[in-house]
Design a protein. Structure first.
Length: 282
C-alpha cells in the first residue's frame, strides 16, 4: 500500500496544513533538538486501521528521524484507553504532524469499524459486504484498504477493472442487449461485466443475453430479491444495492444473494476517536 500515490497524498495533506510553517510549534520550540514522545490512545471501541499511514506522516515530516513503536496491528479490536502506538522524535515534528496523522487514522479506523458492523450483521449467511466507488477523491486505495481491514470485500477499484452497465449506459446504447454486446466487443475477456437490473424483466433479459458475470439488483425489495435470486439460480453472481442499512442487510443476505454493496461504509462512516498525547520537553 506504500506506493507513490499514497506518499503524494500524505505530502498534499501535510502541505495543506503546514504550508510555509507551523508558526505555533516553531514559536514555542525555535531551536531544533527538543525531543519528545507521543502516545496514540484509543478513545472508543472499534477496529484499528491506518497505523502505517500515520507512521509515514511522521517519517515524511521528520525526514525519517523518528522511532515508531506500534502496540497493536491493523484489524485488531481496540478499546478506550488502549495504547495504539508510541513515537519518539523532534517535538516540532510531532506537533506539526499530529492532526494529519490523526485524520488518516481516525477516518480509516472509522470505515473499518462500520464495515465490521455490517459484516457481523450478515454472519453465517454466505453473503459478502462490498464497498463502492463512493470514496473521498484521492483516498480510494485507503478507503478500500480500510473496508478489507474491517472484514469487507472490495468491489471494483475504478472504471477500468470491471464493466458496470447501468441505466444511463443502457439508455445510451438503446437497450440491455445492445449495451452488453458493445461491452463484450470492446473490452478484453479478463475484465468482468456486471449489469444493473431495475426490474425482474431486466433480470430475465440479462440472463437471455449471457456473457455477463454478475447481475446487480438495484433498489429491489426483499421479495423482489428473493424472486430474482431464484430466477438466476446461481447461473451468475448476484448483488443487491440501494439504501440497504444495518437494520435491513440481514434480510437481504438471507435471500441468497452473493454480494451486498453498501456505499455508507465509506461515505458515511464516523471517524473513530483517537488521540495523540505528547510529552513535551520543558
Amino acid at each position: 500500500m506504500h506506493n507513490s500515490e499514497i506518499i503524494r497524498l500524505i505530502q498534499i495533506a501535510l502541505n495543506e496544513d503546514i504550508r510555509t510553517g507551523d508558526v505555533t510549534a516553531e514559536s514555542v520550540f525555535p531551536e531544533i533538538g527538543a525531543w519528545s514522545q507521543g502516545t496514540f490512545i484509543a478513545k472508543q471501541y472499534g477496529i484499528m486501521c491506518g497505523l502505517s499511514i500515520a507512521q509515514m506522516v511522521f517519517q515524511i515530516i521528520s525526514d525519517n528521524r523518528i522511532t515508531w513503536t506500534p502496540k497493536v496491528q491493523d484489524g485488531d479490536v481496540i478499546e478506550p484507553g488502549m495504547v495504539l502506538a508510541t513515537i519518539d522524535g523532534e517535538a516540532r515534528d510531532l506537533l506539526s504532524g499530529e492532526r494529519t496523522a490523526l485524520n488518516f487514522m481516525q477516518r480509516m479506523s472509522g470505515i473499518a469499524t462500520l464495515t465490521a458492523e455490517y459484516v457481523h450483521a450478515i454472519e453465517g449467511t454466505g453473503a459478502k459486504v462490498l464497498d463502492t466507488r463512493k470514496t473521498i477523491p484521492g483516498w480510494r486505495e485507503l478507503d478500500k484498504y480500510a473496508v478489507k481491514t474491517g472484514g469487507g470485500t472490495n468491489h471494483r477499484m475504478g472504471l477500468y477493472d470491471m464493466a458496470m452497465i447501468k441505466d444511463n449506459h443502457i439508455a445510451a446504447a438503446g437497450g440491455i442487449r445492445e449495451a452488453i454486446r458493445f461491452c463484450k466487443e470492446y473490452i478484453p475477456d479478463n475484465i468482468p461485466i456486471e449489469v444493473e437490473a431495475d426490474t425482474i424483466q431486466d433480470v430475465i433479459e440479462i440472463l437471455e443475453c449471457g456473457n455477463v458475470q454478475r447481475i446487480l439488483f438495484d433498489n429491489f425489495t426483499i421479495e423482489q430479491t428473493k424472486a430474482a435470486v431464484s430466477l438466476v439460480n446461481k447461473a451468475v453472481e448476484t448483488e443487491s444495492s440501494g439504501n440497504i442499512t444495518l437494520q435491513t442487510i440481514r434480510e437481504y443476505a438471507m435471500t441468497g444473494v452473493d454480494f451486498i454493496s453498501v456505499g455508507a461504509i465509506t461515505h458515511s462512516a464516523p471517524a473513530l476517536d483517537i488521540s495523540l498525547d505528547i510529552q513535551l520537553p520543558q
